[in-house]
Design a protein around this ligand. Structure first.
Ligand code: ADP
Ligand code: MG
Length: 225
């Protein structure tokens, strides 16, 4: 079953004399449960693509369907709901809130959820799964980069999203922490979730079941192993 369908997606930045075309007609379809690595030189459009997939940004032209729903037809409240329920995102720079504890950060999606079900037990379970059960009451500033990224992954998984997106999640990490984070993301995929991982590590891309390479805002290569 198809989860993601992009048809001829373009994204232009800036109006006026010299608009930048970050995506130049991307068509891509991703099945449920796939693991897709996205690579490409800096400026090739990877983050723009991921932000569109995550509902953080909208195409200037073209269509994006997630689970059969055309996102452009949704209003802001509905998009927020989709982002909260169906999509988990992790970024290179973690995006943890410094004043909250690790546990509160993991529970953050609940603040934006429609029903306030009790997810604290699940949040604690996730912290155990990512190896941070003893850091729940610490602040992010008391964690290493690898620990912060693992907390961010736990937060991304709280609502059991269909789709996990990661934009260079190991870009700020030492190699050992990077390995742990990639192993975790691999486990998420092994449990059946769809994963789209932006990376510029050629080894990761080579070992991924599917590798999409962007160049100048276009899909230059799309291969399955
Ligand atoms: P990547 O993640 O592959 O490095 P990006 O998606 O960040 O690429 O950027 C693609 C292109 O769009 C680049 O030329 C970049 O400078 C441009 N771009 C990205 N974001 C913006 C923005 N907010 N405003 C203007 N140009 C942007
Ligand atoms: Mg980027």
């Amino acid at each position: 079953m198809t989860l993601i369908e992009l048809a001829d997606v373009e994204r232009w930045y800036g109006a006026g004399d010299e608009p930048v075309r970050a995506l130049a007609g991307v068509s891509l379809s991703i099945e449920r449960g796939e693991f897709v690595a996205i690579t490409g030189a800096s400026g090739s459009g990877k983050s723009t693509l991921l932000n569109i997939l995550g509902g953080l940004d909208r195409p200037s032209r073209g269509r994006y369907r997630l689970g059969g729903t055309e996102l452009a037809t949704l209003d802001d409240t509905e998009i927020s709901r989709v982002r909260n329920q169906d999509i988990g995102i992790v970024f290179q720079s973690f995006h943890l809130l410094p004043r909250l504890t690790v546990l509160e950060n993991v529970l953050l999606p609940l603040r934006f959820a429609q029903s306030q079900i009790d997810l604290e037990a699940r949040a604690k379970e996730l912290l155990t799964r990512v190896g941070l059960s003893d850091r729940a009451t610490h602040r992010p500033s008391e964690l290493s980069g690898g620990q912060m990224q693992r907390a961010a992954i736990a937060r991304a998984l709280l609502m059991q999203p269909k789709l996990l997106l990661a934009d260079e999640p190991t870009g700020n990490l030492d190699s050992k922490s990077a390995e742990q984070v990639l192993r975790l993301i691999g486990e998420v995929h092994a449990q059946g979730q769809t994963v789209v991982l932006v990376t510029h590590d050629p080894d990761i891309a080579r070992s991924a079941p599917r590798h999409v390479r962007l160049k100048d805002g276009r899909v230059e290569e799309d291969g399955r192993r």
